[in-house]
Ligand binder design. Structure first.
Ligand SMILES: N[C@@H](CCC(=O)N[C@@H](CS)C(=O)NCC(=O)O)C(=O)O
Length: 229
């Protein structure tokens, strides 16, 4: 099995954590990325297998898949233990919806912070306008924190056991911290959950690699990781 990932791709990292949690043997290939050019020129496997031109792509023999959600559902089917979704249909549907909420709804706010680690961005004429949009997005991110504070029972994960929803939501909030987003410490259940997810070996490995890639590829962000290093 081969995963085409990217050094700073949030969606590829979803899949990397799932593969790691399930201890599925695979080869990982990192598509070249820079903050100025993105993924251009695109990796040949991405061009061949993903009409959207994005990472992640998973190739398992003659099956090629794209989209992190589709890939994680395939991993769950071929390697059900440990599970990343609840078994009960209503709980499973709720868990999928939380994953979708992270990937599409929270992402819309997170995107507004993404200029912050582009080298030279603060010198460009659109910086002030982008920071105005970022301030509004930070308010929206704080509202997402509040929503998840309400979703979490003390000491629990989002769907009972650790799941794909935890992976997806954690990544959005970790990227928010990385890009100077708001503190989450005023939300005690969320902060406790964040620290428990962060301590999982698969997640800790992802964080280590992301920080190493940032040191090489990204500009430093003022206010990054307000809550902890
Ligand atoms: N919904 C897709 C999103 C994938 C995605 O946005 N990938 C980004 C990197 S995180 C990408 O390859 N962007 C390059 C582009 O869109 O040109 C998924 O879950 O895999």
């Amino acid at each position: 099995m081969k995963l085409v990932s990217g050094p700073l791709s949030l969606f590829a990292k979803k899949v990397e954590i799932a593969l790691d949690e399930k201890a599925i043997a695979h080869e990982r290939v990192l598509a070249a990325f820079s903050q100025t050019q993105g993924y251009a020129p695109r990796h040949p496997d991405v061009l061949a297998h993903n009409p959207k031109g994005q990472v992640p792509v998973l190739i398992d023999g003659d099956l090629a898949l794209y989209d992190s959600t589709v890939i994680i559902e395939y991993l769950e089917d071929i390697s059900p233990s440990p599970p990343l979704f609840p078994k009960e249909p209503r709980e499973r549907a709720r868990c999928r919806l939380l994953e979708l909420y992270a990937d599409e709804i929270i992402l819309a706010s997170l995107r507004q912070l993404m200029h912050r680690n582009e080298p030279g961005a603060s010198l460009r004429p659109d910086w002030t306008a982008r920071e105005t949009a970022a301030a509004a997005a930070e308010t929206a991110l704080d509202a997402h924190y509040a929503k998840f504070e309400g979703e979490l029972a003390p000491g629990n994960f989002l769907c009972g056991e650790f799941s794909a929803a935890d992976i997806a939501v954690f990544l959005q909030f970790f990227y928010a911290q990385r890009l100077g987003g708001p503190s989450m410490k005023k939300y005690p259940r969320l902060w406790d959950w964040y620290r428990r997810v962060k301590a999982r070996p698969a997640v800790a490995r992802m964080i280590h690699e992301t920080l190493r890639a940032d040191a090489e590829l990204s500009a430093p962000v003022v206010g990054a990781f307000k809550d902890s290093p």
